[in-house]
Design a protein around this ligand. Structure first.
Ligand SMILES: NC(=O)C1=CN([C@@H]2O[C@H](COP(=O)(O)OP(=O)(O)OC[C@H]3O[C@@H](n4cnc5c(N)ncnc54)[C@H](OP(=O)(O)O)[C@@H]3O)[C@@H](O)[C@H]2O)C=CC1
Ligand SMILES: CC(C)(CO)C(=O)C(=O)O
Length: 362
């Protein structure tokens, strides 16, 4: 099958390698000419739990990349989603499937709205996290530390979930759990919960470019902060009636981690993965993606439902001041996603229908 991959970072390269090495015809496009040039030889190398070489084609334009693809994969941090969606939206057809790998703060609704403006309703699939734990080594080589055991997906429109699941299982194996709505999947992207507190508490390590392992930076005190953020996220999950998966359970399910509490679980993950090293810069997606696109999303959902979230709000305010940015204004608030003023039930419904169909009350 032809698969189009948009992006050239860690997840994009791991996904491209996995599919190309299993016999699929992979075309990759990055909006950055230097990334396309560095990959133009078309040979990708992988090491780690998967290793070898595989051939891909680097497309010169987004249009030719997505043309006739059986699956289109957006594989970039959330700050790259809107530009990538804008680049592909004019070319995606109703018969195609777009996987947001992974989604952050219902970014899929932005694509749904763009497509609705064209009167075209492709199948959009949200993944709760990346199937791969991975790091790019060079422009055309990647280390894959783990292919996750199970991750959540949901389709927009939700009724196309079974066909989306069959497509993904055919490409990647039985590693997906189909959820009834996309809100569940975005609420179960646990990255912000275990990225933001550990990076804030280990910022000097990042700025000093130390070789530190993320999991080992989550000491018992940092783990308490992780749990406080997670508890507020879970309060939102309960209010919206979506499926409750604590950060501890996520690591048990996706990584087979063992341990009764978070410090033990993170030690178990460290043992299993033996990496990756933590951020080595102040500007890092663990903040610049996870605060505006995920924590802000959680807080905005909480506010709409009358839930008090002082810890999450404090993290947003503190990191906004620290980064001299207004993450609340930049991020995925309900207004930004076209969900402002809706009740919790209507938000769930919109996450199932997307923007191609009116809500029952409209
Ligand atoms: N890597 C992992 O193991 C995991 C990743 N995830 C999630 O997967 C997503 C992708 O992560 P990952 O691949 O690791 O990210 P990277 O850290 O590799 O992302 C950086 C890549 O994104 C590119 N980028 C920056 N801005 C844009 C843009 N506007 N459009 C397109 N690309 C852009 C960068 O280009 P340049 O270098 O030129 O700036 C670079 O290629 C994120 O949401 C992440 O949180 C989730 C779980 C695990
Ligand atoms: C820390 C890690 C690798 C765990 O999957 C991750 O979440 C990321 O890079 O975004």
């Amino acid at each position: 099958m032809k698969v189009a991959i948009l992006g050239a970072g860690n997840v994009a390269l791991a996904t491209a390698y996995y599919l190309a090495s299993t016999g699929h015809s992979v075309q990759l496009w990055s909006p950055f000419p230097e990334e396309r040039a560095a990959l133009s030889g078309g040979l990708l190398t992988a090491e780690g739990v998967l290793s070898g070489t595989a051939d891909i084609v680097v497309a010169a334009q987004a249009e030719s990349c997505v043309a006739d693809a059986g699956l289109i994969v957006i594989a970039a941090p959330a700050f790259g989603h809107e530009p990538l969606m804008a680049a592909i939206a004019p070319h995606v057809t109703a018969a195609q499937t777009v996987l947001i790998h992974p989604v952050t703060g219902l970014s899929s609704l932005l694509l749904s709205r763009l497509m609705a403006e064209r009167g075209v309703a492709p199948t959009i699939v949200d993944a709760s996290t990346s199937l791969f734990t991975t790091r790019r080594i060079t422009a055309n080589s990647v280390r894959i530390l783990k292919v996750k055991d199970v991750i959540e997906i949901a389709a927009i429109p939700a009724a196309r979930g079974p066909q989306a699941l069959a497509l993904l299982e055919g490409l990647f194996g039985k590693r997906f759990r189909l959820e009834p709505n996309a809100l569940t999947v975005s609420l179960n992207n646990h990255n912000p919960v275990y990225h933001v507190p550990p990076l804030l508490c280990n910022l000097s390590r990042a700025e000093l470019q130390e070789d530190w392992m993320i999991w080992k930076g989550i000491t018992p005190g940092v783990a308490r902060l992780v749990k406080l953020v997670d508890d507020e996220r879970l309060a939102v999950v309960r209010r919206y009636g979506t499926k409750e998966v604590s950060v501890a359970d996520y690591f048990r399910q996706a990584h087979g981690a063992i341990g009764a509490d978070l410090p033990a679980i993170f030690l178990s993950v460290a043992e299993k993965l033996k990496g990756p090293i933590g951020p080595q810069s102040f500007e890092h997606r663990f903040m610049t993606e996870d605060v505006p696109y995920a924590l802000v999303f959680f807080l905005s959902l909480g506010e709409a439902a009358g839930i008090d979230m002082p810890i999450t709000r404090n993290f947003i305010e503190l990191t906004s001041a620290l980064y001299e940015r207004d993450f609340m204004a930049e991020g995925h608030t309900l207004d930004r996603l076209g969900l402002g003023g809706l009740t919790p039930d209507a938000i769930v419904a919109r996450s199932m229908s997307g923007f191609s169909a009116p809500l029952a009350a409209e």
